[in-house]
Ligand binder design. Structure first.
Ligand code: PMV
Length: 323
């Protein structure tokens, strides 16, 4: 019989509304949690410290796993942070966030594992520190991550993110319905990020100009979100998608879903995350959500509805301060 869990922890997926790729080069981006999909971890008593990733049938002994095993690394980092030896626990993790599809699966799994272990030790960490630990694991997945995934997944609230700075909260002026649609094509972020880097190295001034235009979209989008101006936000999403296509991180499958969403009445649509596959997001006026969902269901692997709810800046806990 499986022993009862000692503790549990979870973390959401995420979507990037504006600014992916440019964010790696120091420009701002906007990301929000996607709580409709989550990673869930639980700790049960055992004879040694192991992690079992149930969905992918991967099990590792934390003490002897290679340095680049992401599951073992997060457990080692949390234990080192608390000054604890590896405990005799089996830590199980499950996730319904698709892997390599722009929804922050790796960061959510690390955050869920860390939270479960912290809870089992009756300990906690400030989100800024937990985010740093998850970032260490993100480096294994991505090479040169900006840090946006670990930040939004740990803080679990919309963030204005600039690499190397504390994340900022911002207000949301109106309900923003978003439809997320999966191309079903897995695409490792590391590859797309490396290709963009090659392009930037070959023609820095062209890429800098494109990143600056993406940054301008993010800045205008923040004002439009605060003002609750859905129409402007949709136009900016389309502009951001055109710029992402220019840096060659879109794909025929993403372009097809973007077209499908726009034809069904979305205000704007773009890829989200590393691109080349993975997920697309569409901003949709509330009265159009049902028809956009129905259209995307005919051509996407999976469709998820989410929304940002209106709130004033600072009424939620500030990502820089919250616990
Ligand atoms: O593909 P995802 O969900 O890991 O998002 C990556 C976002 C990038 O800007 C492309 C990379 C990064 O580290 O910020």
């Amino acid at each position: 019989m499986t022993p009862p869990p000692i503790a549990a922890g979870s973390a959401p997926g995420k979507i990037i509304l504006f600014g992916e790729h440019a964010v790696v080069y120091g420009h701002p981006a906007i990301a929000v949690p996607l709580s409709q999909v989550r990673a869930q971890a639980r700790v049960v008593a055992s004879s040694s410290c192991t992690v079992a990733a149930i969905d992918i049938r991967h099990q590792v002994a934390v003490a002897s796993a290679p340095d680049d095993d992401p599951f073992a690394l997060i457990i080692r980092l949390v234990c080192a942070e608390l000054g604890q030896p590896l405990p005799p626990w089996r830590i199980e993790v499950r996730s319904d966030i698709p892997i390599a599809s722009g929804l922050g699966s790796g960061a959510a799994i690390s955050a869920a594992l860390a939270r479960a272990v912290l809870a089992a030790f009756s300990a906690s960490l400030p989100p800024s520190r937990l985010s740093e630990l998850v970032y260490e694991v993100e480096k294994l997945h991505h090479g040169t991550p900006s840090g946006i995934d670990n930040t939004v997944v740990v803080y679990e609230q919309p963030v204005w993110f600039v690499r190397g700075q504390a994340p900022q909260a911002f207000g949301v002026g109106a309900r923003l319905p978003i439809v997320v649609a999966d191309t079903g094509v897995p695409s490792p972020t590391r590859v797309a990020v490396a290709d963009v880097r090659h392009g930037w190295q070959a023609d820095p001034s062209h890429y800098e100009a494109l990143f600056e235009r993406i940054a301008a979209c993010s800045r205008q989008a923040r004002r439009a979100i605060e003002a609750g101006d859905l129409r402007t936000l949709g136009v900016l999403m389309n502009e951001n998608q055109a710029l992402l296509t220019e840096i060659d991180v879109s794909s025929p499958e993403l372009a097809r879903l973007v077209r499908c969403a726009r034809q069904a009445g979305a205000l704007g649509a773009k890829l989200s995350g590393g691109g080349r596959g993975g997920n697309m997001i569409a901003l949709v006026a509330p009265e159009r959500v049902a028809s956009v969902v129905a259209a995307l269901e005919t051509c996407a692997r999976r469709v998820i509805q989410t929304e940002l709810l209106p709130h004033a800046s600072g009424t939620d806990s500030d990502p820089g301060q919250s616990s």
